[in-house]
Write a protein that binds this ligand. Structure first.
Ligand code: DOR
Ligand code: ZN
Ligand code: ZN
Length: 433
């Protein structure tokens, strides 16, 4: 099927070019450029009415749940959130029920996803100290591996021998190990730390863990990716190591745009692991992204049911996917972020690092994963606009711009006028190259 998009603005070679057209021969982009008004044969012709047409975002850190956790989110609601947020490819984390830890778990998850996903999904698996198991997972399509390493502030240490065995194994498989490095803190512990002004201690732990892991990665030539880094010194450290280690780092949108002062009003609805940091830390992290010291921006979409957020020991996690493009484009519109940086760090670079072939940019022959963005339309954030099963958001009340009014995945329109029109199955399971 051939779709012709007319009257769009394209971001080409560092600048916005008016009055362009783009031709999709699904699933690929077959042509684009300035529209000279020629007649072109097509099955569908749409006008973007002068709006920006951008590559879909690639979010390397998302928890889609489903299976035993489908009361929190499922493949449909999670990927519907993605495409309304301008995100066309995601990497799903393995802390599921069952965890994505064996080849049959992975195969089952892939099978369930097929036919139900509106965005492309790659699956990260839980690594094992057993190389042959990791190898089978890699063969089965594990696009990356993800490990949670926790250090308690006063007790216990991380299991360094385990991390070492895993990194040794994954370096042979040339797969990235994604790491959650943090102190595990309950909501009440977070409140205590903030009140007593001891939250900086969390940063010391994050940096210490990163340093130990970087040293092991260096020894084994392994690839490591640090998820949701929250401290400027950790960002500096990882950048210092980049000459010796194949390391990348991400910030989560909430850690750069929000700070722990909102815990007073929103309470557990703003509880996330790692927790929100101080206003000055968030500002410094944002600035580091602006200056190019951060590889990717992720949502860390981690939906929970309301009863779990409101209970005794509230679960950490925020459902951010649907807000990704508006959150970032609002910063672009305010002149705080460059559009080129957003497209590079939230689309092109994650696509490249995780080996998503022919995605993350508008190039002839690439997959037509595209977003038509309305920079004038406002989005008033309220939890009831979310298509996620998780009806809460720490961005409640914010007014954003840059609404993804149309989203194409593999050349098929799945969101039209900020409404889901896809049937599911337009997205594909992303396989490692
Ligand atoms: O806030 C978080 N939620 N942090 C994590 O590391 C896990 C995630 C989840 O899966 O809910
Ligand atoms: Zn995490
Ligand atoms: Zn996460």
């Amino acid at each position: 099927m051939r779709t012709l998009i007319r009257d769009c603005r394209l971001y080409l070679n560092g600048k916005i070019v008016e009055n362009c057209l783009l031709v999709i021969d699904a699933p690929l982009i077959s042509d684009f450029g300035v529209d000279h008004g020629l007649q072109l044969a097509c099955d569908v012709e749409v006008s973007a009415k002068g709006r920006l047409l951008l590559p879909g975002l690639v979010d390397p850190h998302v928890h889609l749940r489903d299976q035993g956790l489908s009361y929190k989110e499922d493949f449909w609601t999670g990927t519907a959130s993605a495409v309304l947020g301008g995100v066309t490819s995601v990497i799903d984390m393995p802390n599921n029920l069952p965890p994505t830890a064996t080849p049959s778990d992975l195969a089952e998850r892939m099978e369930l996803a097929k036919g139900r996903i509106l965005a492309n999904v790659g699956f990260a698996c839980k690594p094992s100290p057993d190389h042959s198991l990791n190898s089978k997972l890699a063969e089965g399509g594990a696009i990356a591996f993800k490990m949670f390493v926790y250090e308690h502030m006063d007790r216990g240490r991380l299991d360094l021998p385990l991390v070492e065995r895993v990194l040794e194994s994954l370096s042979k498989l040339d797969r990235v190990l994604m790491l959650h490095c943090n102190v595990k803190t309950s909501f009440s512990e977070v409140l205590d730390l903030v009140k007593s002004r001891r939250a900086f201690k969390l940063c010391r732990v994050e940096k210490g863990l990163a340093e130990e892991i970087l040293a092991i990665a260096r020894k084994h030539g392994a690839r490591v990716h640090f998820c949701h880094v929250t401290c400027p010194r950790t960002v500096e450290l990882i950048n210092d190591y980049k000459g010796f280690v194949r390391a990348t780092l991400e910030v989560a949108v909430h850690h750069i745009l929000l700070d722990h002062s909102i815990l007073n009003g929103l309470g557990p609805m703003a509880h996330v692991d790692p927790p929100l940091r101080s206003r000055s830390t968030a500002r410094r992290l944002f600035d580091m992204l602006r200056r190019g010291m951060v590889d990717f921006v992720a949502s860390d979409h981690a939906p929970h049911a309301l009863f779990e957020k409101e209970g005794e020991d509230p679960k950490p996690g925020l459902p951010n996917l649907q807000l990704m493009m508006p959150l970032l484009m609002t910063q672009v519109k305010r002149g705080r972020l460059d559009l080129s940086l957003v497209l590079e760090r939230a689309s092109a670079r994650p696509a490249k690092v995780f080996g998503l072939r022919k995605r993350g940019a508008i190039v002839k022959g690439y997959y037509a994963d595209l977003v038509e963005v309305d920079l004038k339309r406002r989005l008033k954030v309220r939890s009831d606009i979310l298509v996620s099963k998780a009806k809460y958001t720490p961005f409640e009340g914010a007014t954003l711009v840059g609404v993804p009014v149309r989203t194409y995945v593999n050349g098929v329109c799945v969101n039209d006028d900020y409404t889901i029109v896809g049937k599911g199955g337009e997205g594909v399971v992303l396989m490692p190259r």
